[in-house]
Each structure stands twice: as C-alpha cells, then as structure tokens.
Design a protein around this ligand. Structure first.
Ligand code: 5GP
Length: 190
C-alpha cells in the first residue's frame, strides 16, 4: 500500500536491532485517517469472506482493529496480555514471546467473545518472527472459530514469521513488506 510505505519512509525511524519505530503515526500517536485507508484496504482484500470479528492483541493493534471492525461492520476484540481481575475465568490462552520487550507473556481472550460461530480476521501492526500472530491463531483455533486470515500493517519480511505462517496455510496480507532496513541504509520494500 503506497500510502503506508510513503509514511514509513517519511516518519519511520530505523533503530538498531531490527526495530522500526513508528510512534509518530502507528503506535503511540495514531494517524486515524491513515488507519481508515488501511482498514478499507483490509476490507477490499478480505471482502466476501464473511468476516464477523476482528481480533488483535493489546496494545498497539487495537486502533487498527477498531477501524477495521468499522469497515467490516463487526466487533473488534483484543487479546489481553496477563490475567486481570475483570476477565472471566473462562478464557482461551496462548504463550507469546515478545519481540520488542523480550520475555514470554500469556495472552488470553474470554470464551464469551470468541466461538464456533465466528469468522475471524486477525489484524496487527507488525509481523516479525510471528510469535504474536501464532498466539492469536492458537486462540482462534482453540475457540472453534474459523480463521479467515491475517491483515498486517507492516511485515518485516527479512524475519521468518510471514513465510512460516503462510506455509502453514494461513492467508496473510501485509500492507507494507520491508525487504531490508538499517539505520545507515534506510528502508527497502519488497
Ligand atoms: P513477532 O511476534 O511477529 O515477532 O512481532 C510482532 C509484535 O512485536 C507486534 O505485535 C509488534 O507490536 C511488535 N514488533 C515487532 N517488530 C516491531 C518493530 O520493528 N517495531 C515496533 N514498533 N513493534 C514491533
């Protein structure tokens, strides 16, 4: 998606260790007009697939998920990281290794909100090694819902997650795919 690629080049910062900082428009500060265009693109890509639920993981996927849910006319649902007192005891869980923070966290979603009647589109801001996406896929599979696919804003295609998850048969659509990046050399898209 040209608009997103241009924005990454303009406002993204490549950090050491393969991290792209996009706090100016995608993470801490959110360009909602850009999100709306991304959501329309996800709608175009997954049109006719019967999507009736958008699933993401807190926190940075939530904004994109909300806009995407509006485009599909369905609810947005996010997996929580860590057990909180207001979450029902009946939950689906998965272990996710954090790419940006290190360490493993348990993610969970209430059984009240995900089940066999659902046709789920997973969305997230980044796809890197695939841990977050694999965790979300497990929640969907455990719930008996149908996984329609995954819509990712930025895929770091130089990391293995996207290829591995596609090879497992899951449809993954990424709006921007980064082939390589470095603080000195800038960003090259696929
Ligand atoms: P994965 O689980 O695929 O290794 O990494 C995806 C998750 O890590 C995303 O949910 C995202 O929040 C975070 N992440 C991975 N790489 C980056 C990055 O380069 N920049 C930012 N801002 N977040 C990232």
């Amino acid at each position: 998606m040209r608009l997103l690629e241009e924005r990454i080049v303009k406002d993204g910062e490549v950090k050491e260790g393969g991290i792209l900082k996009v706090g100016a428009f995608l993470n801490q500060q959110m360009d909602v007009a850009l999100f709306e265009e991304m959501a329309k693109e996800f709608r175009r890509l997954f049109d006719g697939c019967g999507v009736n639920k958008i699933l993401t993981i807190e926190a940075s996927g939530i904004g994109i998920a909300c806009m995407t849910a509006q485009a599909f006319g369905c609810p947005a649902l996010f997996a929580k990281k860590g057990r909180t007192s207001n979450l029902s005891a009946d939950v689906y869980t998965a272990q996710v290794e954090s790419f940006t923070h290190g360490g493993v966290s348990e993610i969970m979603v209430s059984k009240d909100y995900l089940g066999p009647g659902d046709r789920v589109l997973i969305v997230d801001d980044f796809l890197a090694n695939g841990a977050a996406l694999n965790g979300l896929i497990k929640l969907v599979r455990d719930s008996g819902a149908t996984l329609v696919g995954a819509g990712i804003a930025i895929e770091k295609a130089f990391q293995p997650g996207g290829d591995l998850i596609r090879a497992s048969g899951v449809r993954v659509e990424s709006l921007a795919r980064i082939k390589s990046m470095s603080p000195e050399g800038g960003i090259e898209f696929c």
